[in-house]
Design a protein around this ligand. Structure first.
Ligand code: GLV
Length: 327
């Protein structure tokens, strides 16, 4: 039994009824306003960045993203941390995150956001908006091939909240959606689900491949040159997950020789993308600055406040991260 479930069977000690919250985030003030409306009377401490000198906080609960290096030493009472984003790879990679601290993720509206981004860029690609704009600028009347998303097969790696939202929207366009997930159980809007160990078998059919999988030891660098070359010539890649899932050299090589017709990249191994990255000027790459699915205060405050009540009541937390699994 999970310790929190065990706790639910016992009367909660009075001291647990209110647990001070620390919001450590560049937008801490906005989160505080949103949380005060949902959790009146709960003490909320704010930090926007690293304090001048380390300063101890007594909060047992933390809402944060991208904490400074010595943050956990300043939080000796910390028991639970909710990240304001979905991908907790950087957090879990820290060697100072105490084992005893429970970690939850936020889901926000990342599914809807990433789905609109993906569908938008796939349509942009197939509709050749750039070509027509260029032709218009030169007064050129020229009809180009008119492929449909409805005739395409798209593979999605990762069918969690983000991947399944993308599958749903693509299905509405009539696209044949295939996908990869751990359990390989049938899922709505996915014509064929592959188990994680079989993911390469999906690639020969993928005219576009969407990455919506967490960055873990198993997914780091998984999209290598062999994977990209197994996709049909002229296909597209969309990465709304993490840059390190794709091998950078393989990506560039397959874009430069045209095997990949298009790579829509919202995430990079190093962010911001360094000024000397060849991706900036690669004509087949579409670079966006990690905006496919931004954290929004209101839905994340809703999720956090609901989880806070669960925490206080000793109930299981939603979207708790399994640290051995890595997400
Ligand atoms: C952003 O990248 C997130 O993980 O939510």
């Amino acid at each position: 039994m999970h310790p929190s479930e065990e706790g639910a069977l016992q009367a909660r000690p009075a001291a647990e009824e209110i647990e001070p919250i620390l919001v450590w985030h560049p937008r801490a003030e906005e989160y505080r306003r949103a949380l005060l409306a949902r959790l009146p009377g709960v003490p909320i401490e704010l930090r926007t960045g690293a304090p001048q000198s380390p300063s101890r906080s007594e909060a047992g609960v933390l809402l944060s993203w991208a904490l400074p290096p010595d943050a956990f030493q300043q939080l000796p009472r910390l028991r639970w941390l909710q990240a304001t984003g979905a991908g907790v790879d950087e957090l879990l990679a820290r060697d100072d995150l105490p084992e005893s601290v429970r970690v939850t993720r936020s889901l926000g509206r990342f599914g809807a956001q990433a789905a609109e981004y993906t569908v938008g860029y796939l349509l942009h690609w197939l509709l050749r908006l750039e070509d027509y704009r260029r032709n218009q600028d030169r007064g050129v009347w020229r009809q180009l091939a008119r492929p449909l998303l409805a005739d395409r097969t798209v593979g999605i790696i990762g069918l969690g909240t983000v991947g399944s939202a993308i599958a749903e929207r693509l299905t509405a366009f009539g696209t044949n959606v295939m996908g990869v997930c751990h359990s390989a159980r049938p899922l709505p809007n996915v014509s064929r689900v592959y188990a994680m160990e079989d993911w390469r078998r999906m690639l020969p059919d993928c005219e576009a491949l969407v990455l919506a999988v967490p960055l873990t030891a198993a997914t780091r660098g998984m999209i290598d040159e062999a994977a990209l070359r197994t996709m049909p010539a002229g296909s597209a890649l969309v990465n709304v997950a993490r840059g390190a899932i794709v091998e950078a050299d393989a990506l560039l090589a397959t874009l430069r020789d045209g095997h990949l017709a298009s790579a829509v990249l919202d995430v990079f191994d190093q962010e911001p993308l360094p000024p000397d990255s060849p991706l900036w000027t690669e004509p087949r790459a579409w670079v966006t600055p990690h905006i496919a699915a931004p954290s929004e205060i209101e839905p994340i405050a809703d999720e956090f406040a609901a989880n806070y009540q669960r925490f206080i009541n000793g109930e299981p937390l939603q979207h708790e991260v399994d640290r051995s699994r890595g997400y």
